[in-house]
Write a protein that binds this ligand. Structure first.
Ligand code: AOS
Ligand code: ZN
Ligand code: ZN
Length: 386
């Protein structure tokens, strides 16, 4: 059996990055339901993120999104984070909310638009220098809606050229993380649709380029853990954008739609040696109808539960059954771990960290939600679903 102390140590060492945009108002293209007390600026988003970290103990970094989190002085923002026990995490670029990007950004047919998009990406690296962020997370809305609209191959050339320019600009300890998505907002062809395309670009770029797996960006039925295993094997899995999907890029709380899938993914991460600190565990979610801070706390807990179950897989029993070709036993070993109620274990882990065993209840008791609802008037929208 896996040593319990090692499981606990791993759970204490896990770090889950929360996204600044999850704290702000968000919605679908039909409606944004504003919530009382949402942050009005990036500093208040950090105040809320500090609550998530305070109650879970495992959410010490916050991803920023430029321009949604644009501030005058990024070093001051980093200092503000540090004063609250946080660090600034990945910088997420945005080349999709400008009229110029109607036909794409770095893949656009017009070189003037491509240069504008590239300038933004390079500015994001400048911001990383100021914040101390290690990761530049790149998701491109680029693609085409109709066959023949643009040349698929030329768009790949443009993509490759821009990525190479960004790669050149990275410092020694900085990475670029390339995210793929098979559809939306483009509906015919996305320029980075799948892990194979992302992997091919990252391979060509070099060791500082790695792939992001957003769990919501796959066609139904895709075996995501196979992708995880393959990318890890090739040393190219940089990060996760965790969320849940039922139909498309639903951005629901991670582990809510399919906790078994999350467990299988975490098992492959651990099996492939990607656990702490190689692979960044980031959330990429929006909380459109539920209270945001408790939903983020819940999401962190869901990742912890899947991780705990994956850590509990009896590797030697599993290996023995696999080598013996004992299909049923091998499957049973995996399912035993998945079916373990790890909540008491996680209560122990939290108490050993000096935290309340029930972060949701502790947050509710803290009064933070009522305080921000009273103090903050006129919260801003995160950027989605305008
Ligand atoms: C978009 O679908 C992607 O998931 C992005 O990772 C992300 O949600 C966006 O860039 C917000 O920063
Ligand atoms: Zn994402
Ligand atoms: Zn997405």
């Amino acid at each position: 059996m896996t040593e319990l102390s090692a499981v606990k140590a791993a759970l204490k060492a896990q770090a889950i990055e929360t996204p600044s945009w999850a704290y702000g108002n968000s919605g679908t293209r039909f409606k944004v339901f504003a919530q009382p007390g949402v942050p009005r600026d990036p500093f208040e988003k950090l105040d809320d993120a500090a609550q998530v970290h305070a109650f879970t103990g495992v959410a010490p970094t916050v991803a920023l999104h430029i321009p949604w989190d644009r501030v005058e002085d990024y070093s001051a923002l980093a200092k503000y984070a540090e004063e609250r026990g946080l660090k600034l995490g990945a910088i997420n670029s945005n080349t999709f909310q400008d009229d110029d990007y109607k036909l794409g950004s770095i893949c656009h047919p017009d070189a003037v638009v491509r240069r504008k998009a590239l300038r933004h990406l390079l500015e994001c690296v400048d911001i990383m220098d100021a914040t101390g962020s290690k990761d530049l997370k790149l998701w491109f809305a680029d693609g085409t809606n109709y066959p023949g609209q643009d040349d698929i191959r030329e768009r790949q050339d443009r993509l490759s050229e821009a990525l190479a320019a960004v790669y050149e600009r990275l410092g020694d300890d900085q990475r670029m993380l390339l995210e793929y998505k098979f559809f939306e907002p483009a509906f015919y062809a996305t320029d980075v649709p799948d892990w194979g395309t992302a992997y091919a670009h990252c391979l060509k770029l070099g060791p500082k380029a790695q792939v992001v797996v957003d769990t919501g960006h796959h066609a139904p039925g895709t075996n995501i853990e196979f992708i995880v295993a393959t990318l890890l094997r090739e040393g190219k899995l940089g990060a996760f954008d965790f969320n849940s999907r039922f139909y498309a890029d639903d951005d629901l709380m991670v582990g809510s739609a399919d906790p078994f899938q999350l467990f299988r993914i975490m098992y492959e991460v651990i099996r492939g040696g990607g656990f702490v600190p190689e692979v960044a565990f980031m959330l990429d979610q929006c909380h459109n109808i539920e209270a945001k801070i408790p939903a983020i706390i819940r999401s962190v807990m869901n990742v912890q539960e899947a991780t705990a179950k994956a850590l509990l897989v009896d590797a030697s029993a599993l290996g023995a059954a696999q080598r013996a070709g004992d299909v049923l036993t091998a499957n049973a070993v995996l399912m035993d771990a998945y079916n373990t109620d790890v909540r008491p274990l996680l209560v122990e882990v939290r108490e050993e960290l000096g935290l309340d065993g029930d972060p949701i209840a502790a947050y509710a008791r803290s009064g933070w939600g009522a305080k921000i609802a009273a103090e903050r008037v006129g919260g801003e929208q995160a950027g989605w679903g305008a």
